[in-house]
Design a protein around this ligand. Structure first.
Ligand code: PMP
Length: 307
């Protein structure tokens, strides 16, 4: 990853990325007590501007994550959006980028209890594809269970909670799958490691409900809206059994990084003919055009940073 010449927002101002450093005694480093966002910016068709996708919604979620972790940020959503636009401009990006704001417990001390000292850092880097290639991915159901709301809540994007997903993702790769699907302690489907899941059955979309210990994804919401509004497809949000994964007509993962990733097999059961199904393909194409500002109806989802 190119790091040279990048500028970050750190301790209240823009600094060279190499100067954005925290002490090893920082509470967030010692205990994982931070919350973050992952936001994409897409280069415009003319290549001059960067189009940030659903910037406001990401910061609204950051605010909710902060509330759960009892982080009281000194900056509101509007200020964070403004700072981010300024930062993208200062970096002079013209390519696809990724934006990573982190609100963290910044006290330098041993002792696990949460305290009031908080900082916000925003890092932006050039960013291409997240998943290796375009072909449908293989999923394996993980032996690691998704953390429960009463343990480490998936609703908040807590840095430390990604241990749960890292264990599952590594296990999946070690077993020859591309990605993991995590079940809840009750055995129902939650989400993938950093992505939400949709199934297609009999022409309807099915996705686990918000009580399934998942992150309430911005892409999940976008896909839901596009499916209903543009394709006239019904979306069911409900509990999903493990075996529904095996009998689905189509499946795909969604997330800021992965965008729309068709699933070819789950636990080695091939879905359909193993290729992206028709509904998946239509949504993937539509999403790709929406994020690049090519569908005027969804222009309000985009914050344009002039190049
Ligand atoms: N679940 C988890 C655990 C994630 O980390 C992400 C990525 N932020 C998602 C789902 C997808 O969320 P979004 O569409 O907002 O990126």
């Amino acid at each position: 990853m190119k790091k040279q010449g990048l500028i970050a927002y750190f301790e209240g101002r823009q600094v060279p990325l190499e100067d954005a450093k925290v002490s090893v005694l920082t509470h967030a480093f010692l205990y994982g007590t931070a919350v973050f966002e992952g936001i994409r910016g897409y280069s415009s068709a003319t290549g001059g501007d960067v189009l940030i996708f659903r910037l406001r919604e990401h910061y609204q979620r950051l605010e909710r994550s902060c509330r759960i972790l009892d982080i009281r940020p000194t900056l509101d959503v509007d200020s964070l959006c403004r700072l981010t636009v300024d930062l993208v401009r200062a970096n002079g990006f013209h390519e696809d980028i990724y934006i990573r704001p982190i609100a963290y417990k910044s006290a330098e001390r041993i002792g696990v209890h949460l305290s009031d000292e908080t900082e916000i850092v925003i890092v932006t880097v050039p960013f291409g594809k997240y998943l290796e290639d375009e072909k449908p991915i293989s999923l394996g159901v993980s032996s690691w269970r998704r953390t429960e709301d009463n343990a480490i809540p998936g609703r908040a994007k807590v840095n430390g909670s990604y241990v749960n997903l890292a264990l599952a993702a590594s296990e999946a790769r070690g077993s020859g799958f591309d990605e993991a699907i995590l079940l809840n302690e009750d055995g129902h489907v939650s989400e993938a490691a950093g992505m939400n899941l949709f199934l297609v059955r009999d022409g309807r979309l099915i996705t686990p409900g918000v009580s399934a210990n998942l992150l309430e994804g911005v892409t999940r919401d976008s896909i839901r809206t596009l499916a209903v509004e543009e394709l006239g497809i019904k979306v069911e949000e409900r509990q999903v059994d493990r075996t529904e994964l095996y009998v689905a007509d189509e499946a795909f993962l969604v997330g800021t990084a992965a965008q729309v990733a068709p699933v070819g097999s789950i636990d080695r059961r091939i879905l359909g003919d193993g290729k992206a199904g028709p509904i998946t393909a239509r949504l993937k194409d539509l999403y790709g055009r929406v994020v690049r500002g090519q569908v005027s109806k969804y222009a309000s989802w985009i914050t344009r940073v002039a190049g």
